[in-house]
Structures are given as structure tokens and as C-alpha cells.
Design a binder for this molecule. Sequence first.
Ligand code: ADP
Ligand code: MG
Length: 287
Amino acid sequence: MAKAIPPVTHRGEGKFWFMKMKQVSLLTRDDTDKGQVEAVQVCKTYDTGSASVQALKGVSLRIQPGEVVAIMGPSGCGKTTLLNCLSGLDSVSSGTIKIAGWDIRALSDRELTAFRAREMGFVFQTYNLLPVLTGLENVELPLLVSGVSPKEARARARASIELVGLLDWARHRPAEMSGGQRQRFAIARALATRPSIVWADEPTGALDSATSQEIIDLMLLLNHEHGLTFVWVTHAMEVAQQAHRLVTMRDGRIEADRSLQAESSALPALETLPLSGTKQESRRNDE
Ligand code: ADP
Ligand code: MG
């Protein structure tokens, strides 16, 4: 049974955000879509002066809460653009996107930023940890930025780092860590605001295959235990095939969209997965 992660209580900005959202809700909230991602006929054209690139050519996609969706496709087919548009990091040229029932195009920049900070976590191929900060400080930072008190931010960051099994490394800087440990801290940072969805663009792209599997196991465990929705963009079929669902893109369109649930063998392995953070202990026991 999925355990819900309690919502973040923000100071200042958080209250302001909530009041603003209540106003918007009269216009755009659709409770039947709560917790979902729904994109309808999304197009994105990049205009770069002389040339214009149609990166998305009418993408429609619905993601249910608690799903793990992998998006695959050749380089340049629009995967990152789709992730950026779905998460509101980038604007769309046409089409609609609803996240948890909110029409994100109806939100102002400020509202969208607050909404993203609250509802979404992001994981990138190159971790994007700040080198001058410790692991703990990296995880705390988005909480402090979104108005959580320093004391609460510290407690939440530690809880998040505990979830990824790396409390012993909290005081270390990224340069002292392995790639897998850095990505675990990046996942802890993504979880710290207790989002409902985590977007991961090539989360294992810089890792060797054993470490890559540890990161996948961790995300599957977080999905299983906390009902977190994950969207993984990946080049690797061995990663994609462990998702619940595989969406294949080509040339700015969705080419195929199929469920992998019946084929998934990930959960039995997760039952016995310890979260100690060491390679030896977290290796999948079906190998
Ligand atoms: P993928 O992640 O599948 O490799 P992208 O979404 O990064 O593909 O890119 C899709 C297409 O959009 C490519 O042709 C790429 O060159 C183009 N593109 C992506 N971002 C930009 C941008 N900021 N400006 C102009 N063109 C872009
Ligand atoms: Mg990309």
C-alpha cells in the first residue's frame, strides 16, 4: 500500500502561493484529474532566428498518479523538450497541459514556479549538485528557497537523505562522492519538497551499469513505498523495461505507448532491497 508523503508547510511564500492557487482554482481546477499529468496536442516550436525547429508535433499523453513511465527515442526526437514542457520548465507553442488538475498555462510565472517547487522534483544526468555545498546543504537548498524554516529544512533534508540511504555522507561535498552517491543526493534533493511527481532526464546516463541499476532500484522502491510518480527519459532499454510503461518517441511525436506491468520483474527484488547506500548490499538479488 502506497504511503502518502505529507505536504510541505511553507512559510510566507507558501501561504501566498496557496491563496493564489485558491483564486485560480475557481477557473481551472478539475478535481477529477487530481494527481494526474494530462497533455493534449502539445506542440513546441523553437525559433532560433533563421530556422525554426518543430520539436513537438502534437503530443497527447496521460500519466496516472503512481505510474513509472519511461520515455525513449533517438537523440533529437523531443524527449527533453517533452519533459521540460510537461513540467512547466519550458512553455508550449500550443496544446494544454494539466498537472494534478491544474492547467499550467493558466498560472503566472510566479505561481508556476511555486507549483513546480511544491509538486515536482527533478533529477538530471549530471546531478546538478552545487560543488561548494555538502550533500546535506544541497538537499536543504530548495527547501530554504521555497520558504521552509532552516530548522525544518534541516530535518526534512536529513529525512530525505535517509530515504536514499546516505546519511553517513551528508557532510561530504560532491567531489568526494561516487557518481551513484551524487545521483542519490540529487534524488534526495528532488524528494525533499515531498513532490507528487519526479521528472528524471537520463538519470543513469553518466553511470556504469551496476550503479545505474542501484539508482533504478531506488526510484522503484520510492514509487512502491510512497506512490511517487516517476517519468524517466532514457536511452537505455535495460532501464526503460523496468518502468510500468514505455512511451516511444520519434521526430516530435509519440510512436508507441505500451504497458510493461505484466512483464515487470522489479518488485520481488525490491522486497528485500536494503537502503544502506553501499553497492554490495543494494545490488539486486535476482542477479
Ligand atoms: P532529445 O532529448 O530527444 O534528444 P530534444 O528535446 O533535446 O531531443 O530536442 C528536440 C529538437 O529540438 C532537436 O532538433 C533540438 O535540436 C531542438 N531543440 C531543443 N532545444 C532547443 C532550443 N533551446 N533551441 C532550439 N532548438 C532546440
Ligand atoms: Mg535529451
